[in-house]
Design a protein around this ligand. Structure first.
Ligand SMILES: Cc1cc2nc3c(=O)[nH]c(=O)nc-3n(C[C@H](O)[C@H](O)[C@H](O)COP(=O)(O)OP(=O)(O)OC[C@H]3O[C@@H](n4cnc5c(N)ncnc54)[C@H](O)[C@@H]3O)c2cc1C
Length: 460
């Protein structure tokens, strides 16, 4: 459940109190009307338009600590913005205090130890550039402008998931400002329960001010897309499912469903091979033998692949998403997918099947807070449009699609792709780990101070 911040509860702000607080900060404080206020409160999804009473743009962890103390002591709800990409818009609130972490954007890479220490305002591209300078990378997502913070805390599914797992699986340690204003370390050795919870438990446990990632050698990859003929769309989708069921871990894939000029559903496959290139050519042979009409797979720099999808997701568009996990792709499920692909309300709208497999799927579901550990496709029904007058049409299509595919989907949803869909869906996002998460929440945040998120209620 995303807990709305009730307008009746807005505390009144005394100017002298705010000024005194401002004096304690190294970073910026913005109020409505200040230059930069509107840019800071903007998030990726243009459906979200909220006006915090105060925006703090911390310079460092000490500013974050002070802001948490201030919000708690003055009864403000606190929203936390990393990259601002979450579709539910939980990074911004009406009337409360917003922490905009965008000025905390430093990264240091230790190539000898293969670790990166990253600030929470970094975007994926920032981190990839810093690590790729040493021929290294940590698994992240597939659009380079997304924030590392929200992505990592909710899981983080991308092109390296088969070989190296999710982003959260590669999080070695973090610094977290908890609800009492303490800056704590979370790792296997320090506060291991907190460390467990932030790897999938999203923003429920505090503000992460530093992420330490494990890095892997990632050289040029063999990557790109294959488009299949519309008349073979059904066959292509079934083949894709069978092919990915036992493809090598170095090969991570997505399938995208579209519509051609005459309204027929189309299937395209995106692939990234992250092992030796000649072995990749062999691994891709079956996909190519299936007979694509376009073949854009070629060796490329990993950073170029990471930015290859960016143009499809410009800022300022309206978004409405529905997501679920598909373990199987039987004939009936394929029927639904193809039917709704042919009824897509716009070309900007997408239908994606991102494959989770290999290292990401192998982790014990209880080993981290991210519970959905099995080989499966993450179906993302991603409606995006510009004109507010078209909202009903797009939202209606996504909802109808979701209801139709639901009987074929596993129970559960990826927390990072969840909108404001109610308490049952939030429980599904944390799955079998909800009870343990609620117990950790009760220890570190017993009053549910961090509640503007996909919220876990502290255990009684
Ligand atoms: C275009 C696009 C592409 C995407 N592609 C992928 C993908 O390939 N793989 C994937 O796994 N996901 C993907 N996502 C989903 C993405 O993981 C989520 O949107 C994620 O929330 C983005 O992180 P953010 O920091 O930008 O989020 P924000 O909107 O800034 O934050 C979301 C929530 O995370 C929490 N949070 C953020 N920063 C902190 C912090 N420092 N400390 C504590 N809590 C914090 C807060 O609760 C906040 O409400 C994509 C999203 C978009 C819009």
């Amino acid at each position: 459940m995303i807990v709305p911040f009730a307008p009746a509860a807005f505390p009144r702000l005394d100017d002298a109190v705010v000024s005194a607080f401002h004096q304690t900060l190294s970073g910026r404080l913005l109020r409505p009307g200040n230059e930069g206020y509107d840019a800071a409160r903007a998030v990726f999804n243009a459906m979200i338009d909220r006006r915090p009473a105060l925006i703090i743009r911390p310079a460092d962890a000490e500013d974050v600590r002070r802001a948490v103390d201030f919000a708690r002591e003055h009864g403000f709800a606190l929203a936390v913005k990393g990259g601002g990409h979450n579709v539910a818009g939980t990074a911004v609130c009406d009337g409360g205090l917003m922490l905009d972490l965008s000025a905390m954007r430093t990264v240091s890479v230790d190539p000898a130890r293969r670790i990166a220490v990253a600030d929470p305002g970094l975007l994926l591209g920032d981190l990839d550039r810093a690590t790729q300078a040493h021929g290294l990378a940590t698994p992240l997502g597939v659009v380079s402008v997304t924030g590392i913070a929200g992505l990592t805390l909710g899981g983080g599914l991308g092109w390296l998931n088969g070989k190296h797992g999710l982003a959260c699986d590669n999080l070695l340690a973090a610094d977290v400002v908890t609800a009492d204003g303490e800056l704590r370390q979370a790792s296997n050795d320090e506060n291991p329960d907190l460390y467990w919870a932030i790897r999938g438990g999203s923003g429920n446990f505090g503000v992460v001010t530093s992420f330490t990632y494990r890095l892997h050698p990632v050289g040029p990859v063999l990557a790109g897309g294959l488009a299949f003929p519309p008349e073979r769309a059904r066959e292509a989708l079934r083949f894709y499912h069978e092919f990915t069921a036992d493809c090598p871990e170095e090969l991570s894939t997505t399938a995208g469903l579209g519509m051609d000029a005459v309204g027929r559903p189309t299937v395209a496959v995106g692939a990234c091979w992250s092992g030796p290139l000649d072995a990749g050519e062999r691994a891709l042979r079956p996909l190519r033998a299936f007979g694509p009409v376009e073949d854009g797979i070629a060796p490329m720099a990993y950073g170029a692949l990471q930015a290859a999808n960016d143009a499809g997701f410009p800022p300022g568009r309206r978004h409405y998403w529905k997501s679920s996990w598909l373990i199987d792709l039987g004939e009936d499920a394929v029927d639904v997918l193809l039917r709704f692909a042919a009824e897509k309300p716009s070309t900007a709208t997408g239908i994606g099947l991102q494959r989770m497999h290999g290292a990401a799927a192998r982790v014990d579901p209880a080993a981290t807070a991210f519970p959905h550990r099995r080989a499966q496709h993450e179906l993302l029904i991603l409606a995006q449009w510009d004109d507010p007058a078209e909202s009903d049409r797009h939202v209606g299509w996504a909802r109808a699609f979701f209801e139709a595919i639901r009987p074929f989907a596993a129970r559960g949803v990826y927390v990072n792709d969840l909108g404001g869909e109610g308490a049952d869906r939030v429980r599904e996002a944390y799955g079998a780990n909800y009870g343990r998460l609620a117990a950790v929440k009760a220890k570190y945040d017993p009053t549910n101070f961090f509640r503007l998120n996909q919220n876990i209620q502290p255990a009684a």
